[in-house]
Design a protein around this ligand. Structure first.
Ligand SMILES: C[S@@+](CC[C@H](N)C(=O)[O-])C[C@H]1O[C@@H](n2cnc3c(N)ncnc32)[C@H](O)[C@@H]1O
Length: 284
C-alpha cells in the first residue's frame, strides 16, 4: 500500500499511481490548461463570466495569497489566474460511449475542440475533447431514463484513471467516488467485471447514484455496487478483493471555497484544511 494520494496498490496484485497529497488537483489541472491571456480585475472577470459569475471571497483569497505565494513562488500567479476563472475549470468534454453521438463530435470540431490523450497515451475507447479557448459546453440536465452524452471536467482528473490502466473483467474499487466523474471515466476505458463505488457522505452518495444513472446503461449498472462506508475501514474489511483501487482522497477544494458566500464558514474550512493530510493518509 502507498501512503500518497492517487491510486493505491492492492494487497491482491494491483496497480498504483501516486501524487503528492495536498493541492494535487490544482497542479494537475495546470498541466492541462493554459492560463487565459490578458489580465482582468478579478471581480470584473467573474462578472463577465455570465452564469458563472460569483464573488470571490476575500478571506480565502488573502489566505491563498499568503500561503501559496510562499509555497509556489513565481508559479502562484498562474495558479491564481486559474483559480479565479470559473469558466476555465471544466473545460474538457468526456464523451459517453454508452450514448455516442457523431453530431456531438462534429459540433465539437466546429467549435474548435480537439481530442486529448490520443495514441499511445490512450489505448482505450475513452474520448475526451478540449477547447484551446476559455469557455465551456453547457452542462446537460439529468433526465430520468435518458443517458447524458458528455461529462464536463478538468482533463487532469482523467490522469489517475488512465494511470490505473483498468482492463476488461478486473475488479475495481473507487474508494471516494462522489460525484462519480472518475467512475464514469473508468467505464469509458474498460468494462470491469465488478466495480465498487464507495462514498462516505450521504448527500454526495445521492449525487453519485444520479451520475451513474445518467451515464451508465442499466445492464452495466448491475455490475456496479454502491456503498456508503468509511473508506478507511474498507481495506481491512475486504482484503484481497480488488485488482485495482482508485483513491481520489478528499482535498481542500480550494476553488469552491474561493467563491464561498459565507466568509465565516470559509474561514472555518481553511482552518480545517490542515487535518486533510491525516485523513488522506488513513484512506491510503
Ligand atoms: C475528491 S472527492 C472525489 C471525487 C470523485 N472521485 C470524482 O471524480 O467525481 C473526495 C470524496 O471523498 C469523500 N470522502 C471523505 N471522507 C471519506 C471517507 N472516510 N471514506 C470515503 N470517502 C470519503 C468526500 O465526501 C468526497 O466526495
Amino acid at each position: 500500500m502507498r501512503s500518497e494520494s492517487g491510486c493505491r496498490r492492492t494487497r491482491k496484485s494491483g496497480s498504483c499511481f501516486s501524487l503528492p497529497a495536498t493541492l494535487w488537483c490544482g497542479f494537475l489541472y495546470l498541466l492541462c490548461v493554459e492560463a487565459p491571456s490578458g489580465k482582468m480585475p478579478t471581480r470584473l472577470k467573474a462578472k463577465s463570466e455570465g452564469k458563472l459569475a460569483k464573488q470571490i471571497c476575500k478571506v480565502v483569497l488573502d489566505h491563498f495569497e499568503k500561503q501559496y505565494s510562499k509555497e509556489l513562488g513565481d508559479a502562484w500567479s498562474t495558479v491564481r489566474e486559474m483559480l479565479t476563472s470559473p469558466s476555465c475549470w471544466q473545460y474538457a468534454v468526456l464523451l459517453n460511449r454508452f450514448s455516442y453521438s457523431s453530431d456531438l463530435e462534429e459540433d465539437l470540431h466546429t467549435k474548435g475542440y480537439r481530442t486529448l490523450f490520443q495514441g499511445s497515451y490512450s489505448p482505450t475507447p475513452m474520448k475526451c475533447y478540449r477547447s484551446r479557448t476559455p469557455g465551456r459546453m453547457p452542462a446537460q440536465r439529468h433526465q430520468s431514463g435518458s443517458l447524458k452524452k458528455y461529462y464536463l471536467l478538468n482533463a487532469a482528473s482523467l490522469l489517475p484513471v488512465l494511470a490505473l490502466e483498468v482492463k476488461d473483467g478486473e475488479k475495481v474499487l473507487d474508494l471516494c467516488a462522489a460525484p462519480g466523474g472518475k467512475s464514469v471515466a473508468l467505464l469509458q476505458c474498460a468494462l470491469p467485471g465488478y466495480l465498487h463505488c464507495n462514498e462516505y457522505d450521504g448527500l454526495r452518495l445521492r449525487w453519485l447514484r444520479q451520475t451513474l444513472e445518467s451515464f451508465i446503461p442499466q445492464p452495466l449498472i448491475n455490475v456496479i455496487k454502491v456503498s456508503e462506508l468509511d473508506g478507511r475501514e474498507m481495506g481491512d474489511a475486504q482484503p484481497e478483493t480488488f485488482d485495482k483501487v482508485l483513491v481520489d482522497a478528499p482535498c481542500s477544494n480550494d476553488r469552491s471555497w474561493l467563491f464561498s458566500s459565507d466568509s465565516q464558514k470559509a474561514a472555518w474550512r481553511i482552518s480545517q484544511r490542515k487535518n486533510l493530510p491525516v485523513l488522506q493518509v488513513e484512506l491510503l
